[in-house]
Design a protein around this ligand. Structure first.
Ligand code: ADP
Length: 374
């Protein structure tokens, strides 16, 4: 073993040094000389004060500590050398001879490059985080601007549209008898168009209000919300002959009015897009981590999987209005509501077999939606 040490000392890829009990360099290996850039003969006999800050006292104190405790490190020091500042990771041990401590042997690993890389990486990360935060803030601003714009436009459009509608209605009432069939038909078309526009504006207003209305979240009993929704839809349910069933529903941390809106939109769609089979709709909910996963299943006409994402985009519909009436806003509203409750909404479906709309909502104590606004 003893014979191996000089070879090991000579060829080690880390800097090795031996200090006397009084903290003076007794020996250093070639790697040490290479790292600090000072000839060996100028190092021997000096203390670590030669490279390290803190003066002679600190240098000797550290040696005493190693002798006392048997070992120290790894710890990092910044050494000042003729080759510049170096960050060294040092581990040092007491060196024994015939059972008695005679000095210290240390390993100094040059981690300057690694430290620089780390610093660089951290700077990059900070810059990246900053950029993401800036982009997010900009997006949020433009989103809010758009929302405000949609709200203002739809709100301001209502007034002139009301004037147009009432004058067409007046024309219809007073002059229809004096017109030929073409004229009467034109009035019908104009009235129909105006009514449709009114509906679109109404829906657009609903959509743009999702983010600003219904700020309060509270413990919301979904059983009660569903009962209320079924009451609102009772005529449509009776007309369709649908059988609507549901599992026990939980209480969630949400805005009750908006949960009702999601239930109503999904149920109305299930009623509207029914097939030839007697319609069956089932609502269920199960716990999914910190959230509840709701499912509204129907056995209606279904949706081709390639349209599964598109239908949540505002004004996107898969059927002409003649077949199924609507404005294509219901699911966009659902998505916006679910997202501001910290959840997700999606559909799984097979054409001809039916669709299941899934959405998640936070459990009690999940204040996601509120935190976000603060
Ligand atoms: P609207 O019902 O006014 O058309 P929605 O945004 O609610 O608007 O729905 C968008 C489209 O998604 C619908 O036009 C329809 O093509 C499809 N869709 C929604 N719900 C169902 C359903 N339960 N079954 C089949 N298709 C559906």
């Amino acid at each position: 073993m003893d014979a191996l040490f000089p070879q090991f000392f000579e060829h080690a890829n880390d800097a090795l040094f031996i200090l006397s009990q009084s903290g003076r360099f007794v020996d250093v290996n070639p790697k040490f000389v290479e790292i600090v850039g000072i000839p060996k003969e100028e190092i021997i006999g000096k203390t670590t004060e030669l490279f390290l800050p803190g003066g002679l006292a600190q240098s000797q104190e550290r040696v005493k500590q190693i002798l006392r405790e048997g070992k120290l490190g790894p710890y990092e020091v910044e050494a000042t050398t003729p080759l510049g500042k170096k960050v060294l990771s040092i581990s040092a041990f007491t060196f024994h001879e015939n059972g008695a401590p005679v000095g210290v042997i240390g390993i100094a690993r040059d981690i300057t490059a690694y430290k620089q890389m780390e610093k660089h990486r951290q700077a990059l990360n900070t810059e990246l985080e900053q950029r993401v935060a800036e982009r997010t803030a900009a997006l949020q601003r433009s989103n809010e601007d758009l929302e405000r714009f949609a709200y203002m436009v739809s709100h301001d459009l209502q007034e002139p549209l009301r004037t147009v509608t009432s004058f067409i209605q007046l024309l219809d009432k007073r002059y229809k008898a004096q017109l030929d069939t073409d004229g009467a038909e034109f009035i019908d078309y104009a009235l129909e168009g105006a009514q449709r526009m009114q509906q679109l504006i109404q829906d657009l207003l609903t959509y743009s209000r999702v983010g600003t209305q219904g700020q309060e979240f509270s413990e919301t009993d979904c059983e009660a919300v569903l009962a209320q929704t079924l009451h609102v839809l009772q005529t449509a349910i009776a007309e369709s002959g649908a059988e609507v069933t549901h599992d026990p529903l939980p209480a969630v941390w949400a805005n009750a009015m908006q949960v009702a809106q999601v239930f109503q939109n999904l149920l109305s769609n299930a009623l509207k897009f029914r097939g030839a089979e007697p319609l069956r709709i089932h609502l269920s909910a199960r716990q999914d981590g910190q959230q509840w996963l709701f499912a509204v299943r129907d056995n209606g006409i279904g949706i081709e999987p390639r349209h599964a994402e598109r239908i949540f985009v505002i004004f996107q519909r898969l059927h002409p209005r003649r077949e199924y009436p609507g404005t294509g806003i219901g699911l966009a509203v659902c998505q916006k509501i679910v997202q501001r409750h910290g959840g997700r909404i999606w559909v799984e479906s097979e054409p001809g077999k039916g669709s299941t709309f899934f959405f998640t909502i936070g459990r009690k104590g999940n204040t996601y939606g509120q935190d976000e606004r603060e």
